[in-house]
Design a protein around this ligand. Sequence first.
Ligand code: ATP
Ligand code: MN
Length: 530
Amino acid sequence: MSLTANSPLTDLGIENATVHLNPGVDELYAHAVRLGEGVKAATGPLTVHTDKTGRSPKDRFIVEDDQTRDAVWWEGFNRPISGEVFDRLLAKMTKHAEGRELFVQQVFAGTDKKHRIAVRMITEMAYHSLFVHNMFVRPTPEERADFEADWTVLNIPSFKADPAVDGVRSETFILVNFGKRMIIAGGTQYAGENKKGIFGVMNFLLPDQGVMPMHCSANVGENGDVALFFGLSGTGKTTLSADPARRLIGDDEHGWTESGVFNFEGGCYAKVIRLNPEAEPDIYRTTQTYGTVLENVVLREDGTPDLDDDSLTENTRSAYPITQIDNIQPGSIAGHPKNVVFLTADAFGVLPPISRLSPDQTMYQFISGFTAKIPGTEEGVTEPSPTFSTCFGAPFMPRHPGEYARLLAKKVEDSGATVWLVNTGWSGGMYGQGKRMSIAHTRALINAALSGELDSVTFEREPFFNLEIPTQVPGVPSEVLNPRDAWTDKAAYDETARKLARMFRENFKRFEAGVDASVTNSMPDPDVQG
Ligand code: ATP
Ligand code: MN
């Protein structure tokens, strides 16, 4: 049903826009094509190219008010902005919106009725509306009949801020206002902002309800054992959670309640650059399916997607409803986790492919949130660059990391879950010398951990990070288990490991005051090793 007559947006001061209310997939394809936003690929997906090809975390601001002043951790990505700046930009935006076409989706964030929020997503782009339809939890017809939004998102990419007068950093802005329960965004076409904005809202609200909000994927085995996979972008949350032998709960954002875990989303947003159909058959299939949004993928002459083409960006994406994956958990809700996996893509090649964490190390690694990027194209840069992003998602976590870490530690303790650190990055040398772990080996390591097979094997302790490493894992050559064995130049390994350990310690200094000494000391000091 599409409503184009009277505008339901008068509460925002938008009096005469053409509003499409809850348009379906066919309609959105037609609108997107008509508006020149994209084309239908020969394999089915709606394919679009965007001005920005990634999020703009530095342009996100939170309105400072009575609710946020003392509750938000005003560091890193959490920058304050005044209510007046928000109001002025909103007024300009609504004026800009007059006479235009807008798409509205009424959706939920959260599959758990007790903790979900109802969101009215107003977008200028038809393809954003399809993205939202795919990625959020779609209400039943009954739920839609008496839908009342808790939050409103207004996203108008053609509206660009003027940093000289508008009080923001650039022409791109994402402003979150908890008092008004509203997000306004402009100056970027990247669809991921639609979902990550609301993720940040959930991450702020849920701890007060005793719920741990998490940047992680989740799946559940045949016998009901739930696994979580935390990790920064590119570490493998989406890839590794799509396992045909386990039911997918979700690939990116979850909450851990008093009774188990629930997905915030109704869809997945997978990286598709150089996707290998054999290694990732489920995700590959979504690139061949009607209803999918393919973002910044280049089409060949014949209209089929060329997944190897990185000319627009490395960050090519497929956004699809979770129902496109074969083996999914009904309702995207399940019990308490039995295993928690921290994924890291260590381009230094020194962290073990799998290790088991103590409770103190769990806090340490969670607060550190480490991964390492491969060297960029910049002249002279040959070393990987470390990224420490607290809670494995600093740009989305408005509260103090200690608050999330304590909540997670409590949930892990109460559930008795085992916590693992898995390196999906390099082995046998740093980026350039070694190789990336194969997806098959990483899957074998994770399967061994989740099935309980590692409960009965011997572990050894690695000296630089103080990690416990299994000495044998079925299906994986034992030389790769201890990272030092995989390097031919042992002195180079020791030097690189020591260097990374120092980076960990340097980064952790700013958190030391907020945690028990046992957490800080759960990692040895490589410089005082004899
Ligand atoms: P985001 O938060 O941006 O969604 P993500 O954690 O979901 O990131 P993925 O989309 O799963 O990350 O990206 C992992 C990428 O690394 C994929 O392109 C995958 O093909 C590749 N890859 C290579 N080797 C491995 C491995 N051993 N394990 C996991 N992924 C691997
Ligand atoms: Mn992902």
